[in-house]
Write a protein that binds this ligand. Sequence first.
Ligand code: PEP
Ligand code: MN
Length: 364
Amino acid sequence: MSSTNRLKELRDQIDPINLEILELLNKRAEIALEIGKVQQEMGTRFYDPQREAEMLNALQYANEGPFSNETISKLFNEVFRATLNLEEQDARQTILVQRKSPDQHTIIEFSNGLRLGNDSFELIAGPCAVESYEQMDEVAAVLAARGVKMIRGMGYKPRTSPYDFQGMGEEGLKIARRVANKYGLVVISEVLDLSLIPMMDEYVDAFWVGARNMQNSFLLRALGKQSKPVLLKRSFGATLKEYIYAAEYIMSGGNHQVILMERGIRTFSEWTRNTLDISAVPLLKQETHLPVIVDISHSAGRRDIANPLGRVARVSGADGLMVEVHPNPDVAMSDAKQQLNLDQFNQLMDDIESITLGDKQPAV
Ligand code: PEP
Ligand code: MN
């Protein structure tokens, strides 16, 4: 037999083997998905290093070559990784936050007509912390004049140092409520601990979970058991997967009114407080059906670039942005460097309103 014929004959033997391997790989994947379902029911993790080690040992024991044990391990490790990905993707389809169809959008409505998650772009604004009635009144008047419908009414501040201003507490919430009522605004306020929920419920229209509490599962579960909307900020160290599972903690308790907020993640960048992860916006819009807001204040930590970040947020496909506004930021009790004064806020509104998206409206 000529070499050419011999080569053809051997290749003809390889082709059906490829198909057999393909069939077996997919059969294996189907069984793995079944295993994944059982693991979900049992509440155990898909990744089981001990089971993987046992399978590799058995394969190496049975291996008669010509592939070395090392090569066999590498090949099967690839199969294990691919299987794990498949199980995780499949599991995500069953979580509540996951967007199941392109037209699935959660729209959150408030008593003053504010709607988050529909086609409009909304602002959440106000000072970093409530400091006095006059301060809140001055900001609220400007916000209301520009059509903003939700004000930050922060009575509790999670500060880096325990010696820094920690917020006015319930007194601050009372002020926020009075001012909001005067201007037809709704109040959102950060809840630092689940013990504060019943008291805060008297004053706020929505609860806010800060970056530092994103993975406080007890707090998330408690907020899932009450009926007001919850805004959940992304932690500066959280992957998007960890973030959406944190939202799942709230939703799995029965409260489906969750708002997401990208607030910048920690990187090596030293000229900003955090790095605004703008790619999180389209990704969260694709993966979830929840409204997504961009925090242009804490992400940069500096007011001089809040305006360009606001314009970026406007065209990112986000449902709105959050900005800190103070009548006199230089003397603010917290986050003095990043809060906009009232003129800067008005300029931001002018610049955002002048953006026309036309048919360039983000697709998601
Ligand atoms: C805030 O927005 O008030 C705040 C404290 O931000 P973060 O939780 O993102 O640090
Ligand atoms: Mn702040």
